[in-house]
Write a protein that binds this ligand. Structure first.
Ligand SMILES: *Cc1c(COP(=O)(O)O)cnc(C)c1O
Length: 406
């Protein structure tokens, strides 16, 4: 397949006024996908280096995931949690086995999983820790991204995500990311949890110091508060390990999963973790109509089967090393101001004097047949599907180098 394509002009144009303007997509209209490649309506091929913000870790149309979905579509798609179905426990077994956790609560979107973790942490704080009623606080990090609900944007430090959506939910303390002492200083008798991304994805793949999570783990354990890690983007193979926290040997009390858990087929999310913590929920206290539906469970189980052998994680680490070496070479050549990588995941910063924004670079990449997305001005996140071939990875990185030199 060739990456030699022209900019798809006008593809966002006619009729788009009917859509609310909460995204500013690149000018391309996609029609089909296969593995690391997608095609637009005119049949032009593009390498997908965003992979649905890591929801497409297994690429487009993975045969095992499609087979699981097709098979389940014909059998049973929704029961509601008013009735059990035959894949619910197998799904919980598969995800908890994969992540080395004890219990699972199924949801649909990432934001719902984070909301669930917040509710469980608060209830645990009141019921188990004896925190004074209505006083629970959760320590969170500046620059974080945890979703778009009113409670979650209440503690966002991104003005675009937060401004204009108040009144805001109280009960959160924001500290700088990567500073374990700041976490320790923010914990008091009302604190029930510390909620962090092990690597900040939306912020531009910000990798904290290696001792950060281990120290936060020690601090939270000593204080008797929960460590909640949001692995919705970093988890499920992206960083070269099943969970990003595995890289530094840290085990959280609760972990949120999403994005890749749905295999790029449908939204599937979950909170996994300690049984005594998730156990504070009792019937009627929390729920979701679609959470844990048979179709979601079928795809989620198939996702776990793909990750069980560990080959995709190893592949992410190997290809990630290839990608990191090439990006660092571009940085040494002065083409990039900064490079941050973790497995097959990179945040790159365009130099301030390059005369091009992150968006501008993404447009040049599009013209060269590579899809990527800027985040916060000069930063671009690269997250090719873990199934990308090494040759295709180089094709994409060649296009990046060419776009930076243009
Ligand atoms: C994408 C993301 C979310 C929100 O997931 P949605 O499915 O869009 O609600 C939450 N946390 C992190 C770290 C994410 O990357």
């Amino acid at each position: 397949m060739t990456a030699d394509v022209r900019l798809a002009t006008g593809s966002t144009a006619p009729g788009r006024e009917v859509l609310a303007h909460n995204y500013a997509p690149l000018p391309v209209t996609l029609h089909s996908g296969d593995g690391a490649w997608v095609r637009d309506a005119q049949g032009r091929a593009y390498l997908d280096f965003l992979a649905g913000y890591s929801a497409l870790n297994f690429g487009h149309g993975h045969p095992a995931l499609l087979a699981a979905a097709h098979d389940q579509l014909d059998r049973l798609t929704l029961t509601s949690r008013a009735f059990d179905h035959d894949l619910l426990v197998p799904f919980a077994d598969a995800v908890t086995a994969l992540t080395g956790t004890q219990m699972l609560l199924p949801m649909n979107t990432g934001a719902e999983a984070v909301e669930t973790a917040i509710k469980v942490s608060r209830k645990w704080g009141y019921d188990v820790r004896g925190v004074a009623p209505e006083r629970a606080t959760i320590v969170v990090a500046a620059g974080a991204f945890h979703g778009r609900t009113t409670t979650i944007v209440s503690f966002s430090t991104d003005p675009d995500a937060r401004d204009g959506f108040g009144p805001y939910t109280p009960g959160f303390r924001v500290v700088p990311y990567g500073d374990a002492d700041a976490v320790a200083a923010a914990i008091d008798e009302h604190t029930v949890a510390v909620l962090l991304e092990p690597i900040q994805g939306e912020s531009g793949v910000v990798v904290p110091p290696a001792d950060y999570l281990p120290r936060v783990r020690d601090v939270t354990a000593a204080a008797g508060v929960l460590l909640v890690l949001d692995e919705i983007q970093s988890g499920l193979g992206r960083t070269g390990t099943t969970l990003a926290a595995d890289r530094v040997g840290v085990r959280a009390d609760l972990v949120t999963l999403g994005k890749a858990l749905g295999g790029g087929v449908l939204p599937v999310s979950a909170v996994v973790g300690r049984a005594d913590v998730l156990g504070v929920l009792t019937p009627g206290t929390h729920g979701s109509t679609f959470g844990g539906n048979p179709l979601a469970c079928a795809v989620g189980i198939a996702v776990c089967r793909l990750l069980e052998p560990g080959d995709l994680q190893a592949r992410a680490a190997e290809l990630g090393a290839v990608m990191a070496a090439r990006l660092e070479e571009m940085q040494r050549a002065g083409l990039l101001a900064a490079v941050r990588t973790a497995g097959l995941w990179a945040g790159i910063d365009v130099p301030a004097d390059a005369g091009i924004t992150g968006r501008g670079l993404c447009e040049r990449l599009l013209a060269r047949g590579v899809l990527a997305k800027d985040t916060h001005g000069a930063t671009i996140r690269l997250a090719p599907p873990l199934v990308v071939s090494e040759a295709d990875l180089h094709t994409g990185l060649d296009a990046l180098e060419d776009a930076l030199r243009a």
